[in-house]
Design a protein around this ligand. Sequence first.
Ligand SMILES: Nc1ncnc2c1ncn2[C@@H]1O[C@H](COP(=O)(O)OP(=O)(O)OP(=O)(O)O)[C@@H](O)[C@H]1O
Ligand SMILES: [Mg+2]
Length: 217
Amino acid sequence: MLIACWSVKGGVGTTVTATGFALALAHRAGSGCLLVDMAGDASCCLGLAEPSGAGLADWLRASSSAPPDALVRLQVPVAPGLALLPRGTGPLLSDRGALLVQLLGALPQTVVVDCGLLAGPGVVQRVAAQADRSLLVSRLCVLGLRQAAHALVRPSGVVVLREPGRALSIEDVEQAVGAPVVATVAVDPSVARLVDAGLLAGRLPRSFAGLLEAMAA
Ligand SMILES: Nc1ncnc2c1ncn2[C@@H]1O[C@H](COP(=O)(O)OP(=O)(O)OP(=O)(O)O)[C@@H](O)[C@H]1O
Ligand SMILES: [Mg+2]
């Protein structure tokens, strides 16, 4: 199963949510999870050293004669049940985008992709549009929801980061986006502290458990 997490507004928590989703899936019994980094922040979010080797961008740049299993060999083990496909360096070229979606969808693990901010047509938009679950990550923020109404991709669901004191409701989100809210995640200062300390990979904050509901939606 291929799950894409993306946003229409920067800094809403897409990387932390995608990473938390991957950690929650890895903690679940099963065939494990692969976190694919299209945005470039996943290693730091997991508290890993910046990868020095090749990554997704390098695979996308390779000629079509490069063996498809090269994508598997680029994966880095992170924690029990969790591997990371680092972003690599350079632009994310779109020539091999269709093959990428096909290969990621065929992997035995559940694949969570941090697509980051959807900025325009290209391979990131393709992954977001063709994933089995296409999840818009949003706060209860009118400025973000306004942009979501005109997003390049229609999400299959929305993951809402809940902060205390916001006036907008889940119903407001669903009405603005035209898709159901499939999970909510509390904005929890302890999560931000774990990220800042580089300790997220070793913990599964309770606020991420609800993300697994998005699998069923
Ligand atoms: N559930 C959460 N609880 C508390 N803080 C969070 C949570 N999710 C994200 N944050 C914090 O919000 C900030 C932005 O998070 P993050 O980098 O995941 O956003 P983003 O949408 O991926 O940003 P960008 O558009 O730059 O890729 C970070 O400081 C992060 O620690
Ligand atoms: Mg990010």
